[in-house]
Write a protein that binds this ligand. Structure first.
Ligand SMILES: Cc1cc2nc3c(=O)[nH]c(=O)nc-3n(C[C@H](O)[C@H](O)[C@H](O)COP(=O)(O)O)c2cc1C
Length: 194
């Protein structure tokens, strides 16, 4: 039995009528934040993505999932090479810019790789990839990349959960709330003599 305060449980079978609730349930899982870049017919393109995950060490494979509803979808699916940048906490605004526009390169220092992929100069880790495979995933595709070069830099990762970026200010507020809740829990436990 949990020692936490009792909570109301909401359960449902995911469907069209409760997609908002399903999204909220998924958003309880915290992720890192990346910016994925590639070159395209209209020039350098970028997109903010938190679907990035590691897949395999041997061969070195990573994955991210472009949404089929994005205007940038076909360009990313067509690219033979792309780069994934794991973003630091200071770059929340840049991540917002690349979620709004694929061409937010004016806001950042960047250069082309030897494969003509735009590389951002402000990441914590960068994975330069060759397209390896793609799979259908409902309203997204699963795009796997073979990592040809990995680079690591210092810093603190930006994270995303419950529909928002986790900044130091937000973390502080969360900790304060957690302390308040812990206090309430202690009162509750005392009341129950546990
Ligand atoms: C934190 C965050 C994570 C995101 N993750 C993804 C993702 O994994 N895949 C994706 O296709 N779009 C993701 N998006 C949305 C894109 O950044 C972009 O806004 C969306 O694809 C709309 O593109 P469009 O303007 O080209 O239509 C994410 C946005 C944010 C803010």
């Amino acid at each position: 039995m949990s020692n936490l305060l009792p909570q109301e449980e909401t359960s449902f079978v995911p469907g069209r009528e409760n997609s908002r609730e399903f999204r909220s349930a998924l958003a309880q899982f915290p992720t890192g934040v990346t910016i994925v870049t590639c070159n395209s017919e209209i020039g350098p393109l970028g997109v903010t993505a938190n679907s990035f995950t590691s897949i395999s060490l041997d061969p070195a494979l990573i994955m991210w999932c472009p949404t089929k509803s994005s205007k940038r979808y076909s360009a990313f699916m067509a690219a033979n090479h792309f780069a994934v940048h794991v973003m630091p906490v200071e770059e929340k605004e840049l991540c917002l810019s690349f979620s709004r526009s694929g061409q937010a390169f004016d806001d950042v220092d960047w250069h082309f790789s030897s494969k003509q992929v735009p590389l951002l100069d402000c990441s914590l880790a960068r994975f330069e990839c060759k397209r390896f495979a793609d799979y259908d995933g409902g309203d997204h595709s699963l795009l796997l990349g073979l990592v040809e070069k990995a680079s690591v830099f210092e810093g603190v990762p930006l994270t995303f959960s419950q529909g928002g970026f986790n900044t130091p200010e937000k973390e502080k507020e969360r900790h304060l709330n957690a302390w308040r809740d812990a206090d309430l829990t202690e009162t509750y436990q005392t009341a129950r003599n546990i």
